[in-house]
Design a protein around this ligand. Structure first.
Ligand code: PLP
Length: 433
C-alpha cells in the first residue's frame, strides 16, 4: 500500500487486504483456527527459526489479525504492529518487551487508572520500577531516569484532565539519551500522530474508538521503526544481547531481513508466546469493521463534543468545563499543535453541587449510557468520584483531577440536539439534589 501513498480514509478501507485468493471474498475472512498445516518439515523449521514469515499458531499470529495489524501500522505510519487481547495487554507488553526486573520506566502521572494500577503496583511487584512525573515537564522525565531506564511513557489526551503533553520535546530529549517514548493514543486515533512527533512506539486500547461500537476488547502495539535500539546497546539489552529463550537470537539482528522491526518482533516472538495475550480472530474482524469508518467517525465525535462543551460552559449548574478547545495558555497551544483535526470526543465538567449532584445527574440520564467505557458510537457518562476513582483518598482524587462533582462524558454520534436535550433534563434534576 505504501507505494500508492493513499490517504487515511483509503487506508482505513484497504490497507493489508485486497481479496481472498481462493474465494475472492472481499470482506476479510475470519480465520477461526488455532494452527496451520505446514507444507513440510523444512518449512515448519524455517517458520520456527524466523527464516520464513508465516503462521504457526494463533497465539503468535493469525491471518485475520494480521490484516488488522497491517491496517493500523499503515494508518499510524509505523513499520509493524502487533495486536493483543486488550489495551491493558498492550500497555503491559509494550513495556515488558524492553524492561525486566531491576529496570525502570518513567511515566507521566496523567494516565488511565488501569494503567496506573498495572505500573504502580503489579509492575513494581514484578521488579520493574515505574517513576511517575509531571507529563508537562520534559526535564522531569530526564531527572527521574538512570542507566536502567528503558522507556518513557505518556498518554495522549489523558482523561480526566484532558491536558495535551509536550510530546515532541519529551520524545526528542529521550532520543538524545537513547530512551524511547511510548505513547498510549487511545483517546485520539486519527487526531494525534505521535510517531510524527518523535514517539518510538504507539499503543491503543482498540476497544474504544478503533472498534467504535462497544462490542470487542482489543489492543495494538505499533512499532514506529525509527528508533535505533543498537545505537547504545547497553540501554536495550533485551533487544541487543542474545535471548536464551529463543536459541540466542539477538532481536536487532534477527529482524534485519524483515525491516526495522526488532521491537515488534520481540513483542510477538517472546511476549505473545510467553504471556499469551493473543487477540481472538473474531475480535480482529470486528475491529477491522470499526476501522473502516474511523476517519468518518472521529470528526463527528469532535464536532459533537465541541457543541456539548460550549453548551455546558453556559449552564448555571456547571462550575467548570474541561475540554481542550476551552483551555488557555500553553495547554491550549499544545492542543492546537498536536490535535489540528479536532479535540476529541471526551468532555469533563464539574457540577456546582458536588457528589450529590453528580450522582443525581447520572441517575437521571435517559439517552446517555452510564458505563465505564469511552469511544463508543453512543454517548456515555460516568461519575468518577463514586465509581472509577472511589478507592482513592480525596487528596488522591484531587491530584487525579477528579473533584466530587466531576462528570466524564464520551460524546457519541447521535444528533447533538438529542444529546443536549438529555443533558439538559439531567442537569435540571441534579440542581435539585
Ligand atoms: N488506555 C486507555 C487510555 C484507556 O482508556 C483504557 C481503557 O479504558 C485502556 C488503556 C485499557 O484498555 P482495555 O480496556 O482495552 O484493556
Amino acid at each position: 500500500m505504501a507505494k500508492h501513498n493513499y490517504h487515511p480514509e483509503t487506508l482505513a478501507l484497504h490497507a493489508g487486504w485486497r481479496a481472498d485468493p481462493t474465494t475472492g471474498s472481499v470482506a476479510p475472512p475470519i480465520h477461526q483456527t488455532t494452527s496451520y498445516q505446514f507444507a513440510d518439515s523444512d518449512q515448519a523449521a524455517r517458520r520456527f527459526g524466523l527464516q520464513e514469515p508465516g503462521p504457526i499458531y494463533t497465539r503468535l499470529g493469525n491471518p485475520t489479525t494480521e490484516i488488522l495489524e497491517q491496517r493500523l501500522a499503515a494508518l499510524e505510519g509505523g513499520a509493524a504492529a502487533v495486536a493483543v487481547a486488550s489495551g491493558q495487554a498492550a500497555s503491559a507488553c509494550a513495556v515488558q518487551t524492553i524492561a525486566t526486573a531491576g529496570d525502570n520506566i518513567v511515566c507521566g502521572t496523567d494516565i488511565y487508572g488501569g494503567t496506573w494500577n498495572l505500573y504502580a503496583h503489579t509492575f513494581r511487584n514484578m521488579g520493574i520500577d515505574v517513576r511517575f512525573v509531571d507529563p508537562s515537564n520534559p526535564e522531569a522525565f530526564l531527572k527521574a531516569s538512570d542507566d536502567r531506564t528503558r522507556a518513557w511513557y505518556l498518554e495522549m489526551l489523558p482523561n480526566p484532565k484532558l491536558v495535551v503533553p509536550p510530546l515532541a520535546e519529551i520524545a526528542s530529549l529521550g532520543r538524545k539519551h537513547h530512551i524511547p517514548l511510548i505513547v498510549d493514543n487511545t483517546a485520539a486515533p486519527m487526531l494525534a500522530h505521535p510517531l510524527e512527533h518523535g514517539a518510538a512506539i504507539v499503543i491503543y486500547s482498540a476497544t474504544k474508538y478503533i472498534g467504535g461500537h462497544g462490542t470487542s476488547i482489543g489492543g495494538i502495539i505499533i512499532d514506529g521503526g525509527t528508533f535505533d535500539w543498537a545505537a547504545k546497546p547497553e540501554r536495550h539489552p533485551l533487544l541487543t544481547t542474545p535471548d536464551p529463550s529463543y536459541h540466542g537470537a539477538v532481536w536487532t539482528e534477527a529482524a534485519k531481513p524483515f525491516g526495522p522491526i526488532a521491537y515488534a518482533l520481540r513483542v510477538r516472538a517472546v511476549l505473545l508466546r510467553d504471556m499469551g495475550a493473543a487477540l481472538s480472530p473474531f475480535n480482529a474482524f470486528q475491529l477491522l469493521q470499526g476501522i473502516e469508518t474511523l476517519p468518518l467517525r472521529m470528526p463527528r465525535h469532535c464536532e459533537n463534543a465541541v457543541t456539548v462543551a460550549r453548551y455546558l460552559e453556559r449552564h448555571p449548574a456547571v462550575s467548570k468545563v474541561i475540554y481542550p478547545a476551552l483551555q488557555k495558555g500553553e495547554s491550549f497551544k499544545r492542543a492546537q499543535h498536536y490535535l489540528p483535526e479536532g479535540y476529541g470526543g471526551l468532555v469533563g465538567f464539574e457540577l456546582k453541587n458536588g457528589l450529590k449532584g453528580g450522582k443525581r445527574f447520572i441517575d437521571s440520564l435517559e439517552l446517555l449510557y452510564h458505563v465505564a467505557n469511552i469511544g463508543d458510537a453512543r454517548s456515555l457518562a460516568i461519575h468518577p468520584a463514586s465509581t472509577t476513582h472511589s478507592q482513592l483518598t480525596p487528596e488522591e482524587q484531587e491530584a487525579a483531577g477528579v473533584s466530587p462533582g466531576y462528570v466524564r462524558l464520551s460524546i457519541g454520534l447521535e444528533h447533538p440536539d438529542d444529546i443536549i436535550a438529555d443533558l439538559e433534563q439531567a442537569l435540571e434534576k441534579s440542581r435539585k439534589a
